[in-house]
Design a binder for this molecule. Structure first.
Ligand code: CA
Ligand code: CA
Length: 301
């Protein structure tokens, strides 16, 4: 038998020089079972289990779960970036429309679109009969807009490639009245307000468009299809995230995407619902909105 375990406890502040009378024998105050445990543990210490690492299967499971978590976080991040770019593009289009209205009030005409080679300046300079009325770019240099790319073109919210330059088309109706100085005043709002050849059309689908690629291109007239605008003065648009590649189906090919135009430039454009086949973003300027600003500025009638 081992000798009984005896433990000395000291009260705080007491060392070996303390009062011997305050020392006590712990074994006297422990319960019998506790005393037995202490005796047993002294006799045969509990063995400490050997350290053990992860098995390959456990590691694989952990990596799999971490991969799932990271993938779940990255997908929403990409979606959020798309939403930001879409919103930025929308703001840029609105800002562009406001700049066009401002230019019209100051110059008694709208600017011509820039060509692919005019470095953001309207073509021709000074307006009149535009070189690219239906397939040009926003003349950011003429409008004094910024920021622009190295060649002077305003970009949409999606990126820095030339395919993301903001597009702009303008009506050629009444012998280019909207882009020729003082012609709006000379011809008068009543005449200009009537739908005329050369006014821009915006369709809700590119399917079954009539006379596509010609000056008389028009929206399909079956009951399910809609003409969103029959006589817009200007259309301002972005080719969207997929710029540089025509979307599948009949919609995007009607929005000029030089230099890879599928349908020849014409006065009809498509603004279909957003989806896999269509991601262009588009605004148009109505005659009413233009006349309203011109009258307010004292330029009409
Ligand atoms: Ca597109
Ligand atoms: Ca077209």
């Amino acid at each position: 038998m081992n000798p009984p375990f005896r433990q000395r406890r000291l009260f705080p502040g007491q060392g070996h020089g303390g009062m011997p009378g305050l020392e006590f024998d712990a074994t006297l105050h422990e319960s019998a079972p506790a005393r037995n445990r202490m005796q047993t543990s002294t006799a045969s210490p509990v063995p400490i289990p050997a350290a053990r690492g992860f098995t390959l299967i456990e590691l694989a499971i952990v990596l799999f779960v971490v991969g799932l978590l990271l993938g779940g976080m990255l997908l929403p991040l990409a979606g959020q970036q798309d939403i930001r770019n879409f919103g930025d593009t929308q703001k840029i289009l609105i800002e562009s429309r406001d700049a066009l209205l401002g230019f019209a009030m100051a110059n008694d005409r709208l600017p011509c679109p820039a060509s692919a080679a005019s470095n953001g300046v309207e073509s021709p300079a000074g307006g009149g009969a535009c070189t690219n009325p239906y397939d040009g770019f926003l003349p950011a240099a003429t409008l004094g807009l910024s920021p622009v790319d190295a060649q002077g073109y305003r970009l949409d919210g999606w990126g820095g490639e030339a395919a993301h330059r903001v597009r702009y088309a303008v009506s050629t109706a009444n012998a280019n009245a909207f882009t020729t100085q003082n012609q709006m005043k000379s011809i008068g709002m009543t005449t200009l307000a009537a739908v005329a050849a050369g006014d821009l059309k915006v369709c809700n689908t590119g399917t079954d468009m009539a006379s596509e690629g010609t000056a008389t291109a028009a929206c399909d007239t079956t009951p399910t299809d809609t003409t969103l605008a029959a006589d817009a003065v200007a259309v301002i648009y972005s080719l969207g995230k997929n710029a540089g590649v025509e979307g599948a189906g009949d919609h995007e090919k009607h929005n000029s995407s030089l230099p890879a135009a599928v349908v020849a430039a014409d006065p009809a454009f498509v603004n279909a619902p957003q989806g896999p086949a269509f991601d262009d973003q588009m605004l148009w300027l109505s005659k009413s909105a233009l006349f309203n600003r011109m009258v307010a500025a004292g330029r009409l009638p």
